[in-house]
Design a protein around this ligand. Sequence first.
Ligand SMILES: Nc1ncnc2c1ncn2[C@@H]1O[C@H](COP(=O)(O)OP(=O)(O)O)[C@@H](O)[C@H]1O
Ligand SMILES: [Mg+2]
Length: 293
Amino acid sequence: MKRVQAKPLGTLSRRTNRATDEKVESRPQEQKTSEEAVFDVQDLSVFYGDFRAVRNVTLAVSQRNITALIGPSGCGKTTVLRCFNRMNDLVDTARIEGNILYHGVDLYESRVDPVEVRRRVGMVFQKPNPFPKSIYDNVSFGPKIAGFKGSMDDLVEEALTKAALWDEVKSRLKESGMSLSGGQQQRLCIARAIAVQPDVILMDEPCSALDPIATGHIEDLMQDLKNDYTIIIVTHNMQQAARVSDMTAFFTAEVNEKQDRRTGVLVEFDHTERMFTNPSDERTENYVTGRFG
Ligand SMILES: Nc1ncnc2c1ncn2[C@@H]1O[C@H](COP(=O)(O)OP(=O)(O)O)[C@@H](O)[C@H]1O
Ligand SMILES: [Mg+2]
């Protein structure tokens, strides 16, 4: 399959962007870490109006790895996830402090085009949300908008194959995406994300609306996908994080400085195996052993 013709790297490239260049050069240490990381999150806080929903998050997301964000409800997992493709820009009151570098480029730098960011950093939501269109059109929609010029049939087949859905739908491509089962719909949404040749796929509790068998399919699929993509998954299911992820970030919520609401904090970020067997923070241990949550 031909790759979707991405727009020139212009807006996201450090080399063609003097403002970003200067910024990065003045921080040689960050530049070093960012060369290895897809995302380098540095002291990130996210606010909704005056309310600081999550504070002081520092972590790095490695390429072709699965990174899980776990923690109790309200600790800011979705909020952090939505920063990675600037989805929070769509919330009027949201703003960030700190930095997120994407391949070494400041993701929130003014010249970065959020639409291009969202093409490179796709998202799969909790509730499968296919468009009310045919299976084929669900997958072809993004590439068409991006100006894809190659064989759309080939592209649709490859995206559906990668999403482990092709065999189940190849004889009914003209049927509505809504006619599929929940698990199939979620794989269709993954195919739709893949079709625009992203670099990263964000998944916000992608299995929470699915039965255990459909969940197993998605988890297996994630293992295949990580050969080609970097994946960040939010899950409230600790066993799922333990099964699928390479790295885990555990968040909790603490009463904030104003003592009125709870603010999310990153407690610990480490290799998943270590997080579940030998965490260094007692709060992580209490959570993963089920004593808190
Ligand atoms: N659009 C929003 N406007 C205001 N507050 C929000 C918004 N989205 C989330 N929050 C608040 O931010 C905090 C973190 O929410 P969220 O990121 O959804 O947590 P989680 O995904 O871990 O359950 C919560 O206190 C929530 O009420
Ligand atoms: Mg959430």
